[in-house]
Design a protein around this ligand. Structure first.
Ligand SMILES: [Zn+2]
Length: 110
């Protein structure tokens, strides 16, 4: 892993989040840390690739050090976003099924 300790810490936390909250779309198997790799890190944006240990299906996970809207100067500056897809809904269903926190935990920045 490249970068300084803070970057390594952020990567560790993101990978831990994936292993705790996400599972394979194809077969539902959970990920362990060695199944998740950081493929790209640019400013606050991270891209991770998770490979299912059971069926080898891969998924790309986009993550941010903090909610992206925190970096916008005003609500008017929110860029147009693509409509939610069926895959987005499936990912959230899997995530929320396993999530044990409340809305504050869901939206908080650690
Ligand atoms: Zn799988």
């Amino acid at each position: 892993m490249r970068g300084d300790d803070a970057q390594s810490g952020a990567a560790f936390e993101l990978i831990a989040f994936v292993t705790r909250h996400l599972a394979c779309h194809s077969c539902g198997t959970g990920y362990s840390a060695e199944d998740v790799q950081v493929t790209q890190h640019h400013h606050e944006q991270w891209l991770l690739r998770a490979t299912c240990p059971t069926c080898t299906a891969q998924r790309i996970i986009e993550a941010y050090d903090g909610p992206p809207y925190e970096h916008l100067e005003s609500p008017d500056a929110i860029p147009p976003l693509p409509p939610l897809t069926a895959q987005d809904v499936r990912e959230w269903r899997v995530f929320l099924r396993q999530f044990t926190g409340d809305l504050k935990a869901l939206l908080s920045v650690s």
